[in-house]
Design a protein around this ligand. Structure first.
Ligand SMILES: [Zn+2]
Length: 154
């Protein structure tokens, strides 16, 4: 078998493999623009020469001016805490929801400190403030009438 035949056979094999991987849906295949090496589509860099295969993911994100406008998809603690904090405004449900929101908010805040890319500081603080205010507020709302009743009873 001469070199030309080898090359043809190799190309055929590559084509077949590519078709198979596309059919099964597990990771499309892309070719490096510099060295032509075959790479999995989800590879960030070429496995042979190391040049980036995709534009920097940072550039694909919409950058907002404040942390409040950006939904912290990666910081799930901050995001869930934020929603719990909002729901904690519902009377009485606000006590358990508020406590959960504060815990998740603190978690989200720590996560955002460790992973600056994740964002979510605004959401985390909203969770802590709304959750904390609701939990304390509704606890007082229940506790004060009970305390007054107890004080006036004797
Ligand atoms: Zn390459």
């Amino acid at each position: 078998m001469n070199d030309e035949e080898k090359q043809k056979r190799l190309l055929e094999m590559m084509r077949e493999e590519q078709m198979q991987s596309q059919k099964s849906g597990e990771g499309a295949v892309i070719f490096c623009t510099k060295c032509g090496d075959r790479n999995q589509e989800n590879n960030f860099k070429c496995s042979r020469c190391g040049i980036p295969l995709h534009a920097s993911p940072r550039n694909n994100h919409i950058v907002s001016d404040g942390s409040m406008g950006l939904i912290p998809v990666k910081n799930s603690s901050a995001l869930i805490g934020y929603y719990l904090g909002v729901f904690a405004l519902i009377p009485f449900l606000g006590i358990p929801l508020g406590i959960a929101a504060v815990i998740l908010g603190v978690k989200g805040l720590n996560f955002a400190k460790l992973n600056p890319d994740a964002k979510g500081i605004g959401h985390a603080w909203t969770a802590i403030l709304l959750g904390g205010l609701s939990a304390v507020g509704y606890t007082l709302l229940i506790a004060i009438p009970i305390l007054i009743a107890a004080a006036t009873a004797n």
